[in-house]
Design a protein around this ligand. Sequence first.
Ligand code: XMP
Length: 511
Amino acid sequence: MQHEKVLVLDFGGQYNQLIARRVRDHGVYCDLKPCGMTKEEILSYAPIGIIFTGGPSSVYGEDAPQIQREILELGIPVLGICYGAQLIAHTLGGEVARGEESEYGKRELVLEEESPLFAGIPKRSVCWMSHTDRVVSLPEGFARLARTGGCPVAVFGSEQKRIFGVQFHPEVVHSEYGNVLLKNFLFGVCKAKGDWTMKNFVREQVALLRQKIGGKKVLLAMSGGVDSAVAATLVHRAAGENLTCVFVDHGLHRKGEPEEVMRVFRDGLKMNLIKADAADLFLDALKGVSDPEKKRKIIGKLFIEVFEREAKKLGKVDFLVQGTIYPDVIESGKGKSAVIKSHHNVGGLPDVVDFEEIVEPLRDLFKDEVRRVGTELGLPDEIVWRQPCPGPALAIRIMGEVTREKLETLRDADAIFREEIAKAGLMRDIWQYFAVLTDSKTVGVQGDFRTYENVIALRAVTSVDAMTADFARIPYEVLERVSSRITGEVKRANRIVYDITSKPPATIEWE
Ligand code: XMP
């Protein structure tokens, strides 16, 4: 089905995916595309509106990305954000200049004129600025609409041309009414209907998949993660028993995970789900290995081997399903090729499976949309809200050699941490949280005895895309409960530390 679409042209700023997500949150489908699109390409894409994102360049810079002036003469509404706003002014004959100082952080936005962009926004509110260049004179036919203390032209536009520029970042939460401004652009200026809902998505995808798959055979590697779980459920609706899923149990999963996968998908949804029990194989191969990259390689290679063995039993299949999602396929505005997830869990599968075609039913969806589709399909919260777990799972959360004993300690500690986070209702606020078994032992005292046991580290971060992350400000009371429960209930752990490092300089995982 054809949806109305908005085009988000990516000029390389750090919040660009966020802009696209915000647009979709308003029920309007959009794609994030490299900023070099030509007028012809834009016309054939047929957007109801275009958003130019921010970016690190200065419009007068040597390599600064530009746009064809004709794009602004198509009659399609345009909203430029930060660099995008400066580019509109510059392209149409206005002037942009370097400010003496950068303006960074929260600022008071003062509206000066009426505008369809401002419906429901009070005269004074807080906006989030991050820029050095600024628009100093406007192109003909444009009016100044709002200002901040340090930026006389914080918003400008032409209602008649339906082109607007905002210097601040409406997509970030610190801009109090940013989301309202985006909504006004979509519905007030572009006249969007808002036909992008996950209910529609499921209905359309199932119909499309049914048509495509017919009675043919489909294979999927189920990791237990959100993406493969949702992809499997969606395809299962369309293909029923023609879908076979293979779950490789490598013995490194978090507590209860393999059981839960079997319970939800095989017992509950009656999927054809094969569990390949390979814990011994993996743990034997990991004996004596402490280098994280070596662990990753061993696990990746064995995973493919085990999957291949199972796939061979099925013979030739017609389709291989992959849980690729939209952030994996977006091309960056800086002209880099597609951003590929650096540690793709199932990267090598297409090489070992005899199949005709890859099916990627989630490739248009952001992670939060994947979750909403999961809920729409009736999957339980424990699956839908599961936080990302790396392919090598607990093997890279145990510093040094992986042993059964260490796995047991970490599994129990991690389960307690996750349980307490859930009890405190923080599950959806924290992007990723887990326990790490460090390779340090410390002295402790329990009862009348001196102990010499392991240090468990707790890691919890907030993040948008895992590229950068901040340590989560978990309330002390929650940390206290986790600490006393782990030291009380878990064998071989006598000290708990909380990781207060952001990424960068640290990574999210410890290995
Ligand atoms: P880092 O530790 O690099 O992690 O900040 C960023 C995100 O990637 C996940 N991660 C992995 N995922 N295989 C995976 O599938 C891996 O080897 C791997 N290492 C890190 C990590 O959990 C975080 O979400």
